[in-house]
Design a protein around this ligand. Sequence first.
Ligand code: PMP
Length: 396
Amino acid sequence: MQFAQRLQNVETSAIREIFKLLGRPGIISFAGGFPDASLFDATGIAQATRRAIEQHPAAALQYGPTEGYQPLREQIARHMQTEGAQVQPQDLIVTTGSQQALDLLGKIMLSPGDKVLVEGPTFLATIQCFRLYGAEVISVPIDEHGVQTDALERLIVEHQPRLVYLIPTFGNPSGALLPLERRRKVLELAAAHQVLVVEDNPYGELYFDAPPPPSLLALSTEVAGSRDYLAYCGSFSKTLSPGLRLGWLVAPAALLANAVMCKQFSDANSSMLAQVSTSEYWQTGRQTATLRQVQQTYARRATLMGECLRRELGNALAFTQPQGGMFIWARLTGANGTSTDAAAFVQRAIAQGVAVVPGTPFYASAPDTATFRMSYATVAEDRIIEGVSRLARALG
Ligand code: PMP
């Protein structure tokens, strides 16, 4: 059978091959990207879902507005206002996960041959999604503080991209946190070059000791003209539950109108049952305690994992201790004659009974083959200690 031409731009990811191995008995997996299911507030969500069906059956069980369930839009807008962003309900639509927001952005903004800038490394699904729309996706180098804004400026001038996609807060896979000055610089570049910046922020609330700097969206009021070139993707997946498949998109009016039109032709509306249930859940206020538990658990695991890595792998490994989110991004340094080939390292690690993800697939271009990603989010403390010991044995 002949399939559409656009499929030639993408392939199933190398990471999937690693996930196939994770079913092996006894393997400790730092490879996943899922939140810890034991932290889901199942009781609270069950009660909210029951209330949604019993008290709002005509909303929860019916088709709904493409823009989203109005009470939920209002709650999201209020929530973003408490984080310093000036957002009204009409400035956002509810999407089927933030991944749908990214897909809509690709659909609306990208024609074949258009250029897109992303962090090197970045979220794999975004690279693939933009490629599916025919875009040429180009990496901007990052350091331990996220995207390098000098390089970003140079590449914007060189490539005239249709959009720039960034995860400024606890990136996937980088774990990096973009400092305030670089955030301002990104906004200045958006306004000066009139290029759309997409801020993807599913991890911003998962901070450990201190809240991160304001989002680009919140800061945009300080940089004249930048808000017109800014889209923001939010998600309930890491704070509440990814099974709900709920996220949201904040964007300038004309862009949002096109997103609504394209969403009409796609899924018409995001699950009304999920939206009404989430709205009911948020009214209880239980999300505050749920989030605190997630923050504290991930913070403990991240600290422990950092300590173990420093103790067991020493200067053979370089990594930044995360201040939030779910990931540690690491680089084999080659110290003491160890290998810097992360792909080979991953194979030896799996043979030792521990899984991590090689870094290369996370780069749209110019991969650093010495890198790999680890997640501590779902791994209990004793397994983190044992898993890192196994990683140390896999150093070649
Ligand atoms: N963006 C990033 C950076 C992610 O890591 C993820 C999920 N892992 C998503 C978007 C998609 O999240 P959602 O479940 O909201 O579609």
